[in-house]
Design a protein around this ligand. Sequence first.
Ligand code: ZN
Length: 257
Amino acid sequence: MRAVGLHADVVVATSRVYQTTCTLVRSGGEAFCIDSPVFPDELEILPALAEQAGFTVVGLLATHADWDHLLGRYAFPEAPLGCAETTAGRLVNEPGAAQRALREFDESFYIERPRPLSLPSAQRLPVPGKLEVGDQELELQPAEGHTVDGMAVWAPWARVLVCGDYLSPVEIPMLNPGASISAYLATLARLEPLVEQADHVVPGHGETLDSARAAAILREDRAYLEDLLEHGAQAKLPLARRTAEMRKVHAENSALV
Ligand SMILES: [Zn+2]
């Protein structure tokens, strides 16, 4: 796992699998842990990493309810989980879904966990809205379209945007069942002004981006989705993301359109 400081109050840890990101944000004496790394050893070392950097984690935030972003309880078993109303709704309406997906992943790689994933009922946060951390406020924006739920987190004092599974340099826009292109495009439009102001953009998967690179990915993603709406399977993938894996994702996207 790689950990990089983006600002005195923001550290990003990146998992060895899927380049899944976990962001620690602090102010005053308290910190939130947004999303999670994936492997057991990464989750085990996370509390020490946070403590050494002076981040006292008082709560977990999840950008959306996909299993690979929900593993923070393995690192901070006492911390409450906060998320968008849409995400809390998904956790209630799809009981056990995250646990099943985690088990499937673990079984395919022979991974053992110290205990099953426990997901206590999540605290529903106002989205759009603000969330206090120490002397500062995080701004929460709805971010739907990849899935039916989600939020992006903007830390204005640090000019860091944690956007969930959008603006990834390693994944094309991924539409899950029930998700919609129009909601995805609306999320991109909502993120655009924040991307312009950001010093750093942290996607759910992939390296941290500067403002110009995130804006370029945003334009590519918008172009791809518009092409997908019009031409379905014939749509062209963003040039830098035409891998075999992303062609599979594209085929799944096309089937949903
Ligand atoms: Zn993800």
